[in-house]
Design a protein around this ligand. Structure first.
Ligand code: IPE
Ligand code: IPE
Ligand code: MG
Length: 233
């Protein structure tokens, strides 16, 4: 028996430590890490994985030193303008989840343009979590539901898992089957708290800039040996 696999979510961690261990500035790790994004997105598509969600920048990451945030934003600008073309050529749809109003206006425009450009791509969907925090996402959903109830558009009785999922940024995407975190840390750091309820977790010591399609394949074959019970027997 094999487990269905539609969606892989990855916390891409360890860029800074990877760089320092190579005697490079932290920003060099982010640069290498961004290249790995393209490789892994293509590999996942080739493996038949329909959805890939990558945690690129958290709401808490805004608190990092300004020069690191600035470098991350300029890398993002570069990828949005040019490097993601390759994913478009691979028929991959790109969408973003998170608090986009926190990002500079030109970045927000580029994000919408890329979403529109790739909207009809059908091979796979790459969801990039940018300025994303799961608690912020849940607060947003609760406010929306409360407003709907107040306006009489929704009854309290009708609030269920489905209606809450439908209010999240991830509303059009099934919950992840696999969560991977690189770099040895074993925590969620405010990522997809609701959506990961029944995901299978994999923690690897590999830093994100060293993560490969080969390692992804190993994780997927290990996943196939796991028994997902969903509380049943
Ligand atoms: C992940 O790498 C990328 C971002 C959070 C933007 P880090 O920058 O967290 O690298 P470490 O964990 O400090 O090594
Ligand atoms: C989580 O990594 C966020 C991203 C990978 C984008 P962090 O490096 O920010 O998380 P903590 O601080 O180790 O929990
Ligand atoms: Mg980190």
């Amino acid at each position: 028996m094999s487990n269905a696999l539609e969606h892989i979510a990855i916390i891409m961690d360890g860029n800074g430590r990877w760089a320092l261990s190579h005697g490079l500035p932290r920003t060099a790790g982010h640069k290498k890490g961004a290249e790995v994004v393209i490789e892994i997105a293509k590999a996942a598509k080739e493996m038949g994985v329909k959805y890939l969600t990558l945690y690129a920048f958290s709401t808490e990451n805004w608190k990092r030193p300004k020069d690191e945030v600035d470098t991350l934003m300029s890398l993002l600008r570069q990828y949005l303008s040019k490097d993601f073309d390759e994913l478009n050529k691979n028929n991959i749809r790109i969408c973003f989840i998170g608090e986009r109003e926190m990002l500079d206006a030109d970045i927000q425009t580029k994000m919408s343009e890329l979403e529109n450009l790739t909207a009809n791509n059908t091979s796979a969907t790459l969801q990039i979590a940018l300025s994303y925090g799961s608690r912020a996402e849940i607060i947003h959903a609760v406010k929306q539901i409360a407003t709907n109830v107040k306006n009489g558009d929704m009854s309290i009785e009708s609030i269920d898992e489905k209606s809450i999922s439908a209010m999240l940024y991830t509303k059009n995407v099934p919950d992840p089957d696999i969560l991977i975190r690189t770099s040895g840390e074993q925590r969620l750091s405010n990522f997809l708290l609701w959506q990961l309820a029944y995901a299978e977790f994999f923690f690897t010591k590999t830093a994100w800039p060293d993560f490969t399609a080969e390692e992804l394949k190993k994780i997927v074959s290990n996943y196939q040996t796991r028994e997902r019970r969903y509380g049943q027997i």
